[in-house]
Ligand binder design. Structure first.
Ligand code: PLP
Length: 450
C-alpha cells in the first residue's frame, strides 16, 4: 500500500519510536523487520530467508500466504467486512457449524472470541455460572493467555508480574515423567500419582466448591508435555464424579498441531468445554472461541449469558475459518501432520538425540515436538535454569543464534527448543530444518558436563 512506508530502516525506526511490544523491556529489544512470507518461510528486507520452525507463535498451521485462504478473505471483504455479533451472519454460522462438526461429542455450540486468552476467560465464566461454584483448578507449567483471568490460570513465570490475579484459582501438578513432581519412574506411575494428587486436592479444597478443571490437553509452550494414556480419561472421571466442568485448552494443540482435529481425539475424551484459537484459521485474522456442550448451553437458554465482544464472530475472521477448515479437509492436512510426526520428525529427532549428548529427551506428536536440552543426562540438569534470563540464558541464546545464522527460526523456551513448523511443511523442509538443528546442537553439546 502506498501509504505504508516499507523500507527496512523506516519500519525499524517507526517501530522503535511508537510500538510498545509484548513481554519486553522496551529499550532492550530490536525487532527484525520482515518483508514477506510464503509457505514455510519468511524473509527479511535483506532477502534473508528463514525456515519457520516456530510457525510464528505456533499458529500458522496452514503456512504463510496459503492462496485459497488469502482468496477467501479477499472475496469476503469485497462483499462485507463487518457486521456486529447480534445479527446472524453466513460466514459465522458456517464457521460454527464446521467447528462443531470436527469437535468431539456434544460440543455443539461456539462462542467466538478474538483469541485464546478471551476464550479461556469465557470458559471459566461459563463454568462458574453453570455450576454456581467459584474455584478453578489450573496446572503448573501451563500458559493460558495474558488477560487477568487467563494469566492467573497460567502456571509459568509470566503470571508473576500480575499476581495475585483473580480469586479462586487452585494450582496442581500435571504429569511430566521426565521431571516428575511425583517421583515416578514409569508412565503408569506418573498417571496414577497425578490423578491421586488431583483427588487429594479436591478433598482438601472441597470438591463442591470447584467449578472447573482447566488443562492444556498437550501442554504447549511449557514443554510439549504429552499426557500418559489414561490421564485425560481419569480427569474426565473425576470431573464427572464431582460435577466439575472439564475445560480443555486446545488453543495451541488443536486444529492439526497434534495430527488430530483436537488433541483430545487421540485419547477419545470429550471435555465439557474446549477453547481454541491459533490454528483454527492460522491467525490470518484474529479468531478464537469456546466450544460448549449441550448441558452448559442449556443453562443459558432462559438465562442471559453475561459476556460479549464487539468482534465476537467477526465475519472476515469467520470466513477465513471456513476456508481454513475446508483446506484441512481438501488437502488432508491432519493426516499429513500425523505422518510428519510418526515418520519424519519423531525418527529425525531420535537420531539427533543419539548424536548429541545435550539432548535429554525428545517428545511429541504430529508437528508438536520438544527437544529438552541438559548439561548432564544422569542428573537431568537443564542447559539453562527455569526462567533463565541474562547471563544464565546464554547457552540457549547461542543455540538460537546458531539456528538463525543457518536460516532456521527456532522456537525456544527455557532449556528447550520446540519443533513446531506449519502442519503443511514438506518432508524436505523438515529434513532441511533437522539438519540445521543437528549443526546448532553442537553449541549445546559444548556445555555438556563442562
Ligand atoms: N492457551 C494456550 C495453550 C496458548 O498457547 C496460548 C497462546 O500461546 C493462549 C492460550 C493465549 O492465546 P492468545 O495469545 O490468542 O490470547
Amino acid at each position: 500500500l502506498a501509504t505504508i512506508p516499507a523500507d527496512a530502516e523506516t519500519v525499524r525506526r517507526l517501530d522503535r519510536a511508537h510500538v510498545f511490544h509484548s513481554w519486553s523491556a522496551q529499550a532492550l529489544i530490536d525487532p527484525l523487520p520482515i518483508a514477506s512470507a510464503q509457505g514455510s518461510y519468511f524473509t527479511d528486507y535483506h532477502g534473508r530467508r528463514y525456515l519457520d520452525f516456530a510457525a510464528q507463535l505456533v499458529n500458522v498451521n496452514l503456512g504463510h500466504q496459503h492462496p485459497k485462504l488469502v482468496a477467501a478473505i479477499q472475496e469476503y471483504a469485497t462483499r462485507m467486512t463487518t457486521i456486529q455479533p447480534a445479527f446472524a451472519n453466513d460466514a459465522r454460522s458456517e464457521a460454527a457449524r464446521l467447528i462443531c462438526e470436527v469437535a468431539p461429542g456434544d460440543l455443539n455450540r461456539v462462542f467466538f472470541t478474538n483469541g485464546g486468552a478471551e476464550a479461556n476467560e469465557n470458559a471459566i465464566r461459563l463454568a462458574k455460572l453453570h455450576t454456581g461454584r467459584h474455584k478453578v483448578f489450573a496446572a503448573y507449567r501451563s500458559y493460558h493467555g495474558a488477560t487477568a483471568g487467563s494469566l492467573t490460570l497460567t502456571g509459568d513465570p509470566r503470571r508473576w508480574g500480575v499476581e495475585p490475579g483473580i480469586a479462586g484459582v487452585v494450582r496442581y501438578w500435571g504429569p511430566y515423567l521426565y521431571r516428575s513432581a511425583f517421583h515416578a519412574t514409569t508412565a503408569e506411575q506418573e498417571c496414577e500419582r497425578a490423578l491421586r494428587h488431583l483427588r487429594d486436592l479436591l478433598m482438601v479444597e472441597g470438591a463442591h466448591t470447584v467449578a472447573a478443571m482447566v488443562l492444556e490437553t498437550v501442554v504447549g509452550t511449557n514443554g510439549v508435555l504429552v499426557p500418559p494414556h489414561g490421564y485425560l480419561q481419569g480427569v474426565r472421571e473425576l470431573c464427572d464424579e464431582f460435577g466439575i466442568v472439564m475445560v480443555a485448552d486446545e488453543v495451541m494443540a488443536g486444529f492439526g498441531r497434534c495430527g488430530e482435529w483436537f488433541a483430545v481425539d487421540r485419547w477419545d475424551v470429550t471435555p465439557d468445554l474446549i477453547t481454541f484459537a491459533k490454528g483454527v484459521n492460522s491467525g490470518y485474522i484474529p479468531l478464537g472461541g469456546v466450544l460448549i456442550n449441550d448441558a452448559i448451553n442449556e443453562t443459558f437458554q432462559r438465562r442471559v449469558y453475561p459476556g460479549g465482544l464487539t468482534y465476537s464472530g467477526h465475519p472476515l475472521a469467520c470466513a477465513s475459518a471456513v476456508a481454513s477448515i475446508n483446506i484441512f479437509y481438501d488437502e488432508g492436512v491432519i493426516e499429513h501432520a500425523r505422518w510428519l510426526g510418526t515418520d519424519v520428525i519423531g525418527p529425525g529427532l531420535a537420531e539427533l538425540a543419539d548424536r548429541h549428548p545435550s539432548v535429554g529427551e525428545v517428545r511429541g506428536m504430529g508437528v508438536f515436538w520438544a527437544v529438552e536440552l541438559v548439561r548432564d543426562r544422569d542428573t537431568r540438569e537443564p542447559l539453562v535454569p527455569y526462567n533463565a534470563t541474562g547471563a544464565d540464558a546464554q547457552p540457549m541464546n547461542e543455540f538460537a543464534t546458531a539456528c538463525k545464522q543457518r536460516g532456521l527460526w527456532p522456537m525456544t523456551h527455557f532449556n528447550r527448543t520446540h519443533v513446531v513448523p506449519p502442519c503443511t511443511a514438506s518432508e524436505q523442509e523438515i529434513r532441511e530444518g533437522l539438519a540445521i538443528l543437528d549443526d546448532a546442537l553442537d553449541v549445546a553439546d559444548r556445555y555438556y558436563r563442562a
